[in-house]
Write a protein that binds this ligand. Sequence first.
Ligand SMILES: [Zn+2]
Ligand SMILES: [Zn+2]
Length: 298
Amino acid sequence: MTDACPQDVDGWWAVDALRPGVWRIAEPGHVASFLVEGERRAALVDTGMGIRPIRPVVESLTALPVLVVNTHHHFDHVGGNHEFAEIAIHEAGATRLAEGASLDLVGPYLGYARAMTEAFTGYEIADRAYFHQLTDDRRVRRLPDMLGEETWRIPVSEPTQLLRHGDVIDLGGRALGVRHAPGHSSDGIVLDVLGEGVLLGGDTVNTGTVYACTPDSDVRVLSASMDALAAEAERWDLVTCCHWLVTVVGPDMLIAQAEALRQVVAGTAPLLDARDCLGARVREARFDGFSILVPPST
Ligand SMILES: [Zn+2]
Ligand SMILES: [Zn+2]
């Protein structure tokens, strides 16, 4: 069930409530952000691609003051930061956030997204004819025709609050526990909606491909982060991811990815030469329901 935002004229967003006061605000096929509302304020966990303004969507869901909490500094998670005054990020990401998104990534992403949405058309045709499984939150959004390297801008934003492992973000009657979970990026955090069985996983856990291949990734560090989460997996019954078409999973995904990452680190998982979505050379270890990308060997 998707809630419509009056300003969402072209249906870019897919919004649904995961729990009372916890919403997924997805740009399907691209990235998902999440909104958690307390009694005094709300936390917007990531701000999306910056292709469409996210603030009108947020304001259609809550009237409370909003604190942006970035799970990490990557461009696809901070695109709407500039629409808000209060921004928190892990202390390891503060400098990178203030440096701004690398425009080098925007061009390759445009090429990737156009090819991906084109390929998705075939799946939509098959689904309409035979399967009838495709829900709105999994219908890949086509980039606006006018969007190009010159017109897609992600304004620089400055953090107003630096986060550390163990911090608690009090929203009034509801709180987010901050856990540093580096590996995908050095500043990666996950957020535990305390006492409610919900873990907002950022890019630490993902379906599809798990990126341990970017310049600030470290697969050994990611493996240690995932081991720590998997050891407490029974704390959560709902885990969110940010990418690909499945962005809500169960805690079993933490356990499966911890085991897979251990195999990659131990060198027991076969590694194939592959390309990441931006065309960079990587090696890929494939598992049931996801794969893990690590840097190329040379
Ligand atoms: Zn990322
Ligand atoms: Zn991401």
